[in-house]
Design a protein around this ligand. Structure first.
Ligand code: DAH
Length: 353
């Protein structure tokens, strides 16, 4: 019978093709060409209709046998090829686990950030919350509402970066208040008293800007931490106790503090706070210029005029405020002789802390 011969030839050819298939996709192509819808074996099965009733069962049986045989051969070949492919894949992606690893440099918080966090933690521990204020500020918040009239010398004390518009004029907000980079964080006091309910116990750390040339004790951009308390019955004793506690918490319990009278427009009375020198213990050395003391912050009782700007009744409420120079404090705590080192980005310096 011609069909049986045809089947035999198909089987031999297909078996050879299966054996020769180099990978699983080639093998798939062989399967489709024989067993697929338009495959050669499928064509033979379709042609059965035209066979005589005696031939049909014979050819049917033979075709089924060929199909079973080919399916089995395909399956065996597939198992083999898949194993080879997996092997190749593993080899291509092989790792040499004996190579030394690539090390990642682990970063750390900058000293300024660390001291800022330390200060915040100390004050958080005694019930203060942290407030943020804008670095681009107006004349009103930076000076006027802090009780510095237009011709007041405090405006001259702190050389200011003004923001100019395209025409080169100093930019203004609602036609009256100049726009500037804040020279102090004290303006956050005003924002806080305008927006928060009393009593207030807050600190506000952040960057400030002044037209200074960088030298060992000055930077044109540095950080301050403002503090403000407004409550009923707050006295200068509260101010002294709080700041003495703060200095001991930050520098160590054996440090002493002293309050020197000073002037700030927004506080009355005002003071500067010194801590005993950590290098000589108060004996006097080069670091403290022989005095035994180093200055760390300014402070005072909130001036009633400032309360006037934010509608707080000074007969009912009183408060104190303070401003800490963060870089200064960092340098005092770690005996850094030059503020510029903090900004140098020199890893040998920064890694020490
Ligand atoms: N703003 C002052 C400065 O930059 C520091 C300061 C002094 C802040 C006394 C205060 C304060 O809140 O009460 O020099």
């Amino acid at each position: 019978m011609a069909v049986i011969e045809e089947l035999e030839a198909l089987k031999t050819k297909a078996l050879a093709a299966i054996e020769q298939a180099a990978d699983t996709s080639a093998l798939d192509a062989v399967r489709v060409s024989v067993l697929g819808k338009k495959g050669t074996l499928t064509a033979i099965l379709r042609g059965m209709k035209s066979l005589s009733p005696e031939e049909r069962p014979v050819v049917g049986k033979a075709s089924n046998a060929v199909r079973d045989l080919l399916e089995q051969a395909l399956e065996e070949r597939r198992t083999k090829l898949e194993a080879v492919e997996l092997e190749n894949q593993l080899e291509a992606g092989a790792l040499d686990i004996t190579l030394p690893g690539r090390t990642h440099n682990i970063g750390a918080r900058h000293l300024i950030t660390r001291i800022t966090d330390e200060i915040a933690e100390i004050f958080a521990g005694i019930g203060y919350h942290v407030v943020e204020g804008p670095e681009v500020e107006t004349d009103y918040y930076n000076f006027t509402a802090l009780n510095a009239p237009a011709d007041h010398p405090s405006r001259g004390m702190q050389d200011t970066f003004y923001v100019v518009d395209r025409s080169g004029e100093v930019a203004e907000v609602s036609g009256e208040s100049d726009v500037l980079l804040r020279t102090q964080t004290s303006g956050v006091q005003i924002h806080t008293m305008e927006t928060e309910d009393l009593p207030i116990y807050m600190i506000a750390p952040g960057k400030v800007y002044r037209r200074d040339v960088a030298d060992p004790s000055h930077l044109p951009q540095f950080n301050q931490c403002e503090g403000l308390v407004v409550d009923k019955g707050i006295t200068f004793g509260d101010l002294k106790g709080t700041l003495d506690y703060f200095c001991k918490a930050l520098f160590g319990p054996d440090r002493r503090t002293r309050f020197r009278p000073h002037y700030f427009p927004f506080t009355e009375p005002s003071a500067e706070v010194d801590v005993s020198c950590g290098i000589c213990g108060g004996e006097g050395c080069r670091f403290c210029k022989g005095t035994g003391w180093v200055e760390v912050l300014g402070c005072g009782m909130v001036d009633p005029n400032v309360f006037g700007y934010v509608d707080i009744d000074p007969e009912e409420y009183s408060g104190f405020a303070f401003g800490i120079g963060i870089e200064r404090v960092a340098c005092l705590k770690y005996d850094v002789p030059d503020l510029r080192l903090l900004l140098s980005g020199d890893m040998r310096f920064l890694r020490q802390f």
